[in-house]
Design a protein around this ligand. Structure first.
Ligand code: AMP
Ligand code: ZN
Ligand code: FE
Ligand code: FE
Length: 330
């Protein structure tokens, strides 16, 4: 495996909670030659990662190699509307001691903003799940095309074939706005992906096109139907998430992503308390997409997630798979 050091993986004892959120954990990739100096302590678990199967930059094998190198115990590939990277990641992790959790992230629009639903330990071969995800990816292609058309109306001419190429659409990659952003950058219309979102394709931008209508409750039910654990991703992204929570729980939600990206302890702790009060598993991860960390995401293992989360998630998955606890049919 490229990049892996091949050393035996012994799960590192997680640091006490306070320290783990402190400076011992780097929230960005160490610069060349910096590693030895800072001795970064990576989080043992990262449950929010993207690959080339959606809008990430690293292939599933490259991501696994990085996680193995950093001594992680478990990772979850949470590509948007795709489980296409999971097989390759499981193969790449074989023999390394790293667990690859079959997962997904489903983005939905609600009146107040976006609700992203993560799904863990789902049966990714489930035909209904795959048919639904394939349908959503097809809708992403149509949406991507509509965005390119809207840009054209604004006098900005990027090549649709190039967007699909960047997305790896022919190989089943889920097309997303980041691919449009990279095409805009490549064509010289913007200096960065961030600028593309700010000027054109952000939610309030002139070339924004919403997703096909799909309620977050539908995403929750879909994940439950495939035996998975549905989790509300980065809750604070949705202004009225607390109002929405009861309806999501009613649909079968089992977790809340509390240890997310660059969330500070002041954000994390109240979320952990709310998760506990609602009987939800508190999960977490970096939302790494490859490349440099952003204002909200870190790097593989760069967001501190307690090791206990993994056991709690496994227990929730075992419960979710019991027929008696199955979510109501959508
Ligand atoms: P999509 O699923 O096509 O709507 O794209 C959503 C993805 O775009 C998110 O998962 C992020 O990876 C990325 N994204 C969203 N907002 C921004 C932003 N302001 N700057 C850069 N990337 C963003
Ligand atoms: Zn993304
Ligand atoms: Fe998300
Ligand atoms: Fe994500």
């Amino acid at each position: 495996m490229k990049g892996a050091k091949g050393r035996a993986l012994t799960p590192r004892r997680p640091l006490p909670r306070r320290e783990r959120r402190g400076s011992a954990v780097l929230t960005r990739a160490p610069a060349q030659g910096e590693r030895g100096l800072l001795q970064p302590e990576w989080s043992p678990v990262d449950l929010h990662l993207h690959t080339t199967a959606s809008d990430g930059v690293l292939s599933p094998s490259e991501l696994v190699a990085l996680a193995v190198e950093r001594g992680l115990v478990a990772i979850a590939l949470t590509d948007h509307d795709s489980t296409g990277g999971i097989g390759e990641a499981i193969d790449a992790a074989r023999g390394s001691g790293l667990e690859v959790i079959p997962s997904v992230e489903i983005n939905t629009d609600v009146p107040a903003g976006e609700a992203h639903i993560l799904g863990y330990y789902l049966d990714h071969a489930d035909p209904f799940l795959q048919a639904t995800l394939a349908h959503r990816r097809a809708d992403r292609v149509a949406r991507g095309y509509a965005i390119v058309e809207k840009l054209r109306g604004l006098g900005i001419d990027i090549n649709w074939d190039r967007v699909q190429e960047i997305a790896g659409a022919e190989e089943g990659g889920a097309v997303g706005r980041p691919h449009v952003a990279r095409a805009l950058e490549e064509a010289g219309y913007v200096a960065s992906v961030q600028e593309a979102f700010e000027k054109f394709i952000g939610r309030d931008g002139p070339a924004y096109v919403p997703y096909r209508k799909f309620a977050p409750e539908e995403a929750v039910a879909l994940i439950r139907r495939a035996g998975g654990v549905p989790v509300l991703a980065h809750p604070t992204s949705l202004p009225d998430w607390e109002v929405r929570l009861p309806s999501l729980i009613e649909a079968g939600l089992l977790g809340l992503e509390c240890y997310y990206g660059t969330y500070t302890p002041e954000v994390v702790q109240p979320l952990v308390d709310q998760a506990a009060a609602a009987g939800l598993v508190a999960t977490g991860g970096s939302d790494f997409h490859g490349g440099e960390p952003t204002a909200w995401s870190t790097t593989v293992g760069g967001t501190p997630v307690p090791l206990e989360v993994l056991d709690e998630l496994k227990a929730a998955a075992a419960r979710a798979k019991q027929p008696s606890d199955a979510a109501p049919s959508p």
